[in-house]
Design a protein around this ligand. Structure first.
Ligand code: SF4
Length: 100
């Protein structure tokens, strides 16, 4: 662990906030990888409005990393709207996509 990550971890512990949060936007995907743990059935998704309300509650960054994953995140037509909204409230965003 680098000194910077150790310092961030200590600060998060002192502030009693998570260092990292993962948000899975969808079960949908345009691939069917043999190693995938998702069943790809429609279990429902949070709406754009629900996701915005969720991130508005953060008001200011309350964790260092947000990982946005799925399913395939680019299957959502509102993906860039969600990303822009989250970016205003989060220090660092990681995106997990198959890039197809
Ligand atoms: S790209 Fe990812 S989410 Fe899609 S089937 Fe493959 S492992 Fe699963």
């Amino acid at each position: 662990m680098s000194a910077l990550v150790a310092e961030m971890s200590n600060k998060a512990l002192k502030l009693n906030i998570p260092l990292s949060v993962q948000l899975d936007l969808t079960y949908r995907c345009n691939e069917r990888c043999i190693h995938c743990y998702l069943d790809h059935h429609d279990h429902g998704e949070m709406t754009t409005a629900e996701l915005k309300i969720f991130s508005i509650k953060w008001r200011r960054p309350v964790f260092f990393y947000l990982t946005i994953s799925g399913g395939e995140i680019l299957m959502r037509r509102d993906f860039f709207e969600i990303l822009e909204h989250a970016r205003l409230r989060t220090f660092c965003i990681k995106l997990k996509t198959n890039g197809i």
